[in-house]
Design a protein around this ligand. Structure first.
Ligand SMILES: *Cc1c(COP(=O)(O)O)cnc(C)c1O
Length: 223
């Protein structure tokens, strides 16, 4: 099937409250343009330089999501345009985002990445680190970032029970943070980003409202 057909089928099947981030990493701008031409506007990339290069070439009304691990020295390149950074995993990184957002006179939306997988290779914070960050005076003084929710990646496995457990633990944390921390201009738990091509249906069952889907739309990637 074509990109257009795969994309429309997935969108038709998603519940209305779930946002689809079409993950276009490694794919050429022509593929993104094809998806764009169906009316889709939300795209995700995992490398800052690649996203910036694509942003320069493609229509300006695309919402760019940074879904990968972010190095602090790269934040400045995406600060003028990035819509949502999914992978915030430290106060240090958040401070750099605050600094670059201020320079650009913007407020940048961020998700805190939580480590839910068994694998050590996946980035993210644990519950205690999240509380430390959210309670810190440094975060409270920030005016140019807004934390809008959490992101997590399940273990890459065929073991559905394992994946369910991980998604369920992320949803539980999300709900408890939402109850614990009063909403304000810079903190509002409304987005739970979990689920990729292989596990997004399960993720939605467990409360995801933002899925990041690449290969099921654009085809397999050749690295
Ligand atoms: C690549 C990537 C995805 C999409 O993966 P697919 O399996 O191709 O859908 C989702 N989230 C993150 C963080 C990724 O790096």
């Amino acid at each position: 099937m074509s990109i257009k057909e795969d994309l429309s089928q997935i969108k038709n099947d998603l519940p209305n409250n779930v946002t689809l981030v079409a993950v276009s990493k490694t794919k050429p701008v022509e593929d993104i343009q094809e998806a764009y031409d169906t009316g889709h506007r939300v795209f995700g990339e995992n490398k800052v330089q690649e996203m910036t290069a694509k942003w320069e070439k493609l229509p300006q009304d695309i919402e760019w999501h940074m879904i990968g691990h972010v190095q602090r020295n790269k934040v400045k390149y995406m600060a003028p345009f990035v819509h949502l950074i999914h992978g915030v995993d430290s106060l240090k990184l958040l401070k750099e985002i605050e600094k670059q957002a201020r320079k650009n006179e913007r407020i940048i939306n961020c998700l805190l990445q939580i480590h839910i997988a068994k694998e050590d290779t996946k980035f993210g914070m644990d519950e205690e680190e999240v509380h430390t960050l959210l309670s810190s005076s440094e975060f409270k003084e920030m005016k140019h970032v807004k934390i809008t929710g959490l992101m997590g990646m399940a273990t890459f496995t065929e073991d559905k029970d394992r994946i369910k457990k991980e998604f369920s633990s992320l949803k539980t944390l999300f709900s408890s943070l939402k109850e614990t921390y009063p909403e304000n201009e810079h903190l509002q738990f409304n987005t739970l980003s979990m689920g990729m091509s292989g596990d997004y249906e399960l993720a939605i069952e467990y409360g995801s409202n933002m899925v990041r889907i690449g290969s099921s739309i654009f085809g397999a990637r050749n690295y």
